[in-house]
Design a protein around this ligand. Structure first.
Ligand SMILES: Nc1ccn([C@@H]2O[C@@H]3COP(=O)(O)O[C@H]3[C@H]2O)c(=O)n1
Length: 244
């Protein structure tokens, strides 16, 4: 499967950039993991919107889902023009009344996912794990028919579940919202050091740090993670592509 990073900023998009968005492609299937602010514009450098089969929303924070409402309108228009033949499948992790509120539900099939859900899209299998965050939030594991696997963390504080869920995956796309000196700032996010600690136990083939802060030197995040994890560490960037 092929991964393209569409956006990697936490909180809000930097100039001409995007917040969380990751395109996965495998044998004609196209899945977008998160659809934060700025993602829809950047995404069209890599695929037409009509070709998207599904979107997974890890949680209902704007930097992970703001553009999904614009994607709903794009789907409506492309279906009315006959360019798209089927509604968009939207998989979203939420609890209780906290949910997506689409205006044209005939163009978007919304599925609530839980840690028990197993979703198949083409030859890709998706599984979910609950994180520690301010609002209900999941990590997503995608496994190809060939047995290759990726975990995208969404947003999470340090917890055993994300370690167990990520164990031995080929690629771990892990949030790294804070520098280590900010450790006590927010329980629902990781410092780079904590990201390194998770990777040190989970032992992914490759670690990609994402959901990055708007200040400081991002190379410092790599250094802080590498104190704990001695495998390959890369910073996410818009247009980063890798084949898994
Ligand atoms: N103390 C805080 C709290 C939050 N944040 C950022 O704001 C974002 C809100 O949505 P999120 O997806 O939880 O990610 C948060 C941090 O990037 C931050 O940078 N510092």
């Amino acid at each position: 499967m092929d991964l393209t990073v569409i956006g990697y900023w936490g909180a809000y998009p930097d100039k001409n950039e995007a917040t969380s968005g990751y395109l996965l492609e495998h044998k004609g299937s196209k899945i977008l993991l998160d659809c934060g602010s700025g993602v829809l514009s950047k995404l069209q450098n890599y695929t037409t919107l009509e070709e998207l089969d599904a979107v997974v929303i890890t949680h209902l924070h704007a930097d992970h889902m703001a553009d999904v409402y614009s994607l709903e309108f794009a789907t409506l228009i492309s279906m009315q023009l006959g360019r798209r033949l089927k509604p968009l499948e939207v998989y979203v992790y939420y609890k209780d009344s906290n949910r997506l509120d689409f205006s044209y539900p005939q163009y978007v099939n919304v599925h609530q996912v839980t840690p028990q859900s197993v979703v198949t899209i083409g030859e890709l299998t998706l599984e979910f794990s609950e994180n520690i965050h301010e609002v209900p939030c999941c990590a997503v594991k995608v496994t190809s028919g060939e047995g290759k696997s990726l975990v995208y963390s969404g947003d999470t504080g340090y917890c055993q579940k994300i370690i167990d869920f990520s164990w031995g995956v080929d690629v771990l796309v892990l949030e790294s919202s804070f520098y280590s000196w900010q450790k006590e700032l927010n329980q629902g996010h990781l410092t780079a050091g904590e990201a390194g600690q998770i990777a040190a136990i989970a032992q992914p083939g490759r670690l990609i740090l994402t959901h990055l802060p708007h200040y400081g030197d991002h190379q410092q995040l790599v250094l802080e993670a590498s104190v704990h994890y001695n495998g390959e560490i890369q910073l996410a960037y818009c247009g980063m592509r890798l084949t898994i």
